[in-house]
Design a protein around this ligand. Structure first.
Ligand code: G3H
Ligand code: 13P
Ligand code: NA
Ligand code: ZN
Length: 328
């Protein structure tokens, strides 16, 4: 059944667990997430970016999620707009049946230029007004997402600030977070704590202070009833990178956020954990290996099945590690 983000995360807060929010673009990604959730009995957040809408199209996106709801009626599913760049995008998502939207006013509509606090507050407040009127939850973002190690926003196309960021932008200010929530009434808040989007987060294996767990704790203390969201939470498993390289891929040395640090974040108030890159890596590694090992095969179902199984395994591991397994 379709459920709002607020309902889902209120439950997560009450029972002290976190929920992965996986990005979806096609049927195989949705299938792998749903199969994993079904296997371990976890609620689900499916999120779609503007890029997903461009890839699959509005109707396919909506109908694929409807199919997931129909096929798994016993699993609570939240359908969330990821990184809505304007109130218009959020409005469109709501019209399309999404139960949650993110108004990312930390950046201007171009998705690149950091915006002022006032701009962010104004657009987010407007979205909350029309979203709450129809029972849809809203996630805002305060601070500019970027790697604490490199100072860069990451290599995702479409979402992310340009150029080098300074530390005051890279860590969300707790007092500003409290004022922002008070002014906008968002249900969830994405905070900057040192992660960035994409596969290239860190150039070295992360240490204990790769993320600012301390900052999560400080923000959570100020706004205990607003659910904290961690973007850029892919772990970039080294085994997947090795598999991609072994079968002809070319990915340079890079590191993601260790699952153990995400779990630490959840203990300190994080409830929604955004993951896109890890599913991309899992599917690509599986397809590369399959293609290499079966050079004569040309039925797409064969390699998409491998990709789905690999992504399913990854999703299952995250549901279990974050504690959402058994909570559906
Ligand atoms: O935050 C960005 C997500 O990973 C979505 O990426 O814009 O390429 O769909 P995308
Ligand atoms: P990753 O690129 O680390 O998977 O982050 C995805 C994300 O934050 C989507 O909003
Ligand atoms: Na989001
Ligand atoms: Zn994000």
């Amino acid at each position: 059944a379709l459920i709002s983000l607020r309902q889902l995360l209120d439950h997560a807060a009450e029972y002290d667990y976190g929920l992965p929010a996986f990005n979806i673009n096609n049927m195989e990604q949705i299938l792998s997430i749903m199969k994993a959730a079904n296997e371990v009995d976890s609620p689900v957040i499916l999120q779609a970016s503007a890029g997903a809408r461009g890839y699959a199209g509005e109707s396919f996106l909506r109908k694929m999620v409807e199919a997931a709801i129909e096929q798994y009626p016993h699993i609570p599913i939240c359908m969330h707009q990821d990184h809505g760049a304007s109130p218009k995008v959020c409005q469109m998502a709501i019209r399309s049946g999404f139960s949650s939207v993110m108004m990312d006013g930390s950046l201007h509509e171009d998705g690149k230029t950091p915006a002022s606090y006032e701009y962010n507050m104004e657009v987010t407040r407007r979205v909350v007004e029309f979203a709450h009127a129809v029972g849809v939850s809203v996630e805002g973002e305060l601070g500019v997402l970027g790697s604490l190690e490199t100072g860069m926003a990451g290599e995702e196309d479409g979402v992310g600030a340009e150029g080098k960021l300074d530390e005051s932008q890279l860590l969300t200010d707790p007092d500003e977070a409290a004022a922002f929530v008070e002014a906008t009434k968002v249900d969830a808040l994405a905070i900057a704590i040192g992660t960035s989007h994409g596969a290239y987060k860190f150039t070295r294996p992360p240490s204990a202070d790769t993320l600012s767990i301390k900052r999560i704790r400080e923000i959570h203390a100020k706004i205990p009833n607003t659910h904290l969201v961690m973007h850029g939470s892919s772990s970039v498993p080294q085994a997947l990178l090795e598999q991609i390289r072994e079968y002809g891929g070319d990915i340079k040395e890079t590191y993601g956020v260790p699952v153990s640090q995400i779990v630490e974040g959840i203990k300190n108030g994080v409830r929604k954990v955004n993951i896109d890159t890890d599913i991309r890596l899992a599917m690509t590694a599986a397809i590369r290996a399959y293609m290499y090992q079966h050079p004569g095969e040309f039925d797409p179902r064969k390699y998409f099945k491998e990709a789905t199984t690999a992504a399913q395994q990854l999703c299952k591991e995250r549901f279990e590690a974050f504690g959402s397994a058994g909570q559906a």
